[in-house]
Design a protein around this ligand. Sequence first.
Ligand SMILES: C[S@@+](CC[C@H](N)C(=O)[O-])C[C@H]1O[C@@H](n2cnc3c(N)ncnc32)[C@H](O)[C@@H]1O
Length: 463
Amino acid sequence: MNRLLPIFMKLENQPCIVVGGGKIAYQKIKQLLEGEADITVKSPAISEEIRSLPVTIQKTAYQKNDVDGYKLVIAATDDVNVNRQVYEDAQQYGIPVNVVDQPELCSFYMGSVFQDGDVKVAVSTNGKCPSFGKFIRDHIKNMSKGVWGKALEKLALQRVKIINSISSYSQKKQVMEKLVNSTKNKFIPKQVKRGKVFIVGAGPGDPELITVKGLQAIQNADVILHDALVHPHLVFEINPNAEKIFVGKREGKHSVSQATIQSLMIEAANQGKQVVRLKGGDPFIFGRGAEEAEALAKAGITFEVIAGVTAGIGAAAGFGIPLTSRNEAQSTTLITGHQCEKNGKHNWRALAELNSTLVFYMGVKNISEIVSGLIKNGKSSSTPLAIVQNGTMVSQQIFISTLENVEKELEGTNLKTPAVIIIGEVVNHHQRLQKYVTSIPADYVDPVGDFGFDIWKNEVVVA
Ligand SMILES: C[S@@+](CC[C@H](N)C(=O)[O-])C[C@H]1O[C@@H](n2cnc3c(N)ncnc32)[C@H](O)[C@@H]1O
């Protein structure tokens, strides 16, 4: 229990003594100078910085009763005997005394002080933890934002008029309280509660492939805007209380426009909410995460991008395909299969010549363009090719072929999407390893049964 009585002392031109000439003494002198006290500093050694201050210097050791005649005493020496002597003398003369860092030798403490104009707030921790006092002082400073000093000036002017026009003390008090209350909105700076958006990569399908950071963002979210290919366990089971907004689009069925997704995120963040934009795979790989980041920045919203396992890498790993295996591939190229119509937009020659594993996303519809674009430009027609469907999901499947045979072999098969096409010698690893490599996707919920709708089928759900 803090039994100290907070009082603000008038020390202007009053004689005060600081015993000690080092760093701590300097800090205390600075505080006393704010009260415009008339300060004497007594110590055999006095620092340069103290000598530059407007104080009287006595370069001598403290002698018994030297405090006589002063109104306030501070001891800041590293000699316990001197400190005790100062304390005892001050007590004898009835002078308030503070021996720095020795609460048992203090009759007063100097709190952590916040000042804005004539507003002054001092925080006491009863000598227990001055650093915590400073923390509270800074918090008060943040709340004031430099407004309270000016507010006080205005109120003071109005107070003079009120005092002159009303005679009764209680009436004056009432009117002043009313005035302060009615104008407080002007001097309490509006706390603009700004939210944050986490653009999170959910991974390719298996809900356990999300990062720990991504999972934490979901746990803390107020709103989750989710795509079609995100596992329902991540969307619905991790944080049942969060508002869920389905904003998925698949195969050209644009259920929610990109502009709408962006404004939903911005609106929620502006309401001070923690928003998770949960995207399949990695947000920045063919995911329009870049556009979303740009839109947030433009709207002045803070955001964080949390990487995810992209589908090509997840799908390949699950089937034991090392995308950059030494001797077979110097690199891996992630390519969109969207823009291959009529062998037009891609630089097929460069892709054919690269010693790189090629991973096509969104390419199943355009497989004949991909095959012909590569073979025509010199890629060996016997190059192995794998199509991984529903990679890392319970229903994952792999279809193995070569560039020259794939179209023929696909005839009559029912290829499921989402799928990635992996082209390169590294695909052969799958054949060699398949007996031993197992990948067991986590399956907490049935994406159709448990939710009453098929999450993979682009149904719009706002939960
Ligand atoms: C719009 S892109 C989004 C890619 C995502 N941002 C990523 O990093 O994986 C969608 C394409 O990713 C691929 N894809 C996504 N999930 C997949 C999965 N589980 N298995 C195979 N391919 C997948 C498909 O090619 C699909 O058409």
